[in-house]
Design a protein around this ligand. Structure first.
Ligand code: AMP
Ligand code: GLY
Length: 425
């Protein structure tokens, strides 16, 4: 089979790495890919949002399966476009991807179907937002979310009314996130432990992936601004069997079934970002795709053939036997550019990679890297993912942290406490 992976992050490198291990995979292409993916696949210089060019490429090359990583092309309708041309593609349709694209749709959907989530109100203009904030309906801190996609940056936890009003001005008047902030969701702040719960589904049946725990804050001890994710471990230490079943019954099955009933059959990866509160699990948000860096940790544990798993979703006949996973835990630590998630520089030479790549059992997934004249350079905020899977979590993290200092680029930083799990609250 000829397979095309769309995207350029660590998540896509991990998917490409696993797909390449399948005996079904004869040729692998990545668009636009990154420096690391260039080592295992043919790089196709087409941006992930250039859907018509990607479809034309897939037609010309007779691609048998396209796998989409990021949410933006999914929300734009890449799956509909490919399917209209008779091309096989893994991911939800535009209508199903609405669950991530529109926070208002997602919240109203959950309310309609009594899927547990925080209390909320929608504001269509700044006056309405100010009125809600001043009504006393919500305590502080309060959470304000831009309605549309804002690359994970459109969420603000506001400690007091001043901060909340400033956020409304930034989003709705100054349009910091463009049209994504023209409507906002004002939401109750939920306390608890965050869990990324990720499944794949053909729209009817569901296969859960192994649980993971992301580390969203930029610095150690969960300090600093929120990022796309600075590291992940699998399994999550906070999902007991009982909680797992509760999440499946109260959140995942109702979501998949109600989407189907509403004419939005969801085929692909459904990611529920959850807060485990004293009142049970509640949905913070849905994503319509794999997680980054959760996927890096999951792919290290996946023993089933990823091509077969994804094809069974595309063919609307999800694998009947359970997906097989290694019982060993896994971990992933992100090496980021100085300044990330705010302003950072690109184009820094990366050294030491070759040596570390040779360490048995260590796997390095690239994110923001480029490969020029035989050398790797930084090309994004999250640059590299150093991953391993050993018999225990402690051994896994020790192995990763032992070798990271051999890698260097100017400004490089990383969290030193990935997997150093403290008790909940
Ligand atoms: P979201 O993009 O909706 O997942 O929000 C990004 C991050 O903001 C989440 O991962 C949480 O850390 C935080 N967050 C979002 N909604 C809430 C909420 N209602 N209560 C507490 N924290 C939240
Ligand atoms: N790691 C968070 C996400 O993929 O959305």
């Amino acid at each position: 089979m000829k397979i095309l992976v769309v995207g350029s992050g660590g998540r896509e490198h991990a998917l490409a790495w696993k797909l390449a291990q399948s005996p079904h995979c004869e040729q692998l292409y990545c668009a636009p890919g990154n420096g690391g993916m260039a080592q295992i696949a043919e790089i196709v210089p087409i941006e992930e949002t250039n859907i018509s060019m990607l479809a034309r490429f897939a037609e010309e090359k007779k691609i048998d399966l396209t796998v989409v990583g990021p949410e933006v092309p999914l929300a734009m309708g890449i799956v509909d476009e490919f399917e209209n041309r008779g091309l096989k593609i893994y991911g939800p349709s535009k209508k199903a991807a609405e669950i991530e694209k529109s926070k208002v749709f997602a919240k109203e959907f959950m309310k309609r179907h009594r899927i547990p989530t925080g209390r909320f109100r929608v504001a269509d203009n700044p006056d309405q937002a100010m009125k809600i904030l001043n009504s006393g309906e919500f305590e502080y801190p309060v959470v304000i979310k831009a309605e549309g996609l804002a690359a994970g940056k459109g969420v603000s936890v506001c400690a007091n009314v001043k901060r909340a009003e400033d956020t409304i001005v930034e989003m709705m008047v100054k349009k910091k996130f463009g049209p994504a902030g023209e409507r906002v969701v004002i939401e109750e702040f939920l306390r608890g432990r965050e869990v990324s719960f990720i499944v794949i589904t053909d729209g009817i049946r569901v296969q859960p992936l192994v649980t993971t725990m992301d580390h969203k804050a930029a610095y150690d001890g969960d300090k600093g601004p929120n990022t796309g994710g600075m590291g992940a471990i699998s399994p999550s230490p906070f999902v007991s069997e009982q909680l797992f079943n509760q999440i499946m019954d109260e959140i995942i099955f109702p979501t998949v079934t109600r989407l189907l009933e509403e004419g939005r059959r969801f085929k692909g990866t459904l990611y529920a970002g959850l807060m485990i509160t004293d009142d049970g699990p509640k949905v913070l948000e849905y994503n319509c795709r794999f997680g980054d860096p959760e996927t890096q940790a999951q792919m290290l544990r996946l023993e089933s053939d990823l091509v077969e798993v994804l094809m069974s979703v595309v063919d609307e006949d999800l694998l009947r036997e359970e997906i097989k996973w290694s019982s060993k835990p896994s971990g992933c630590v992100v090496l980021a550019s100085g300044g990330y998630p705010l302003k950072y520089e690109k184009g820094k030479l990366i050294t030491g990679l070759e040596e570390v790549a040779k360490v048995p059992g260590l796997v390095i997934f690239h994110a923001g890297t480029s490969f020029v004249n035989g050398q790797f350079y930084t090309n994004g905020g999250r640059v590299l993912n150093v991953c391993a899977s050993e018999p225990t979590l402690a051994q896994t993290m020790k192995k990763i942290y032992e070798h990271i200092p051999k890698i260097y680029f100017e400004g490089m930083f990383y969290r030193k406490d990935i997997g150093a799990v403290k008790e909940a609250r």
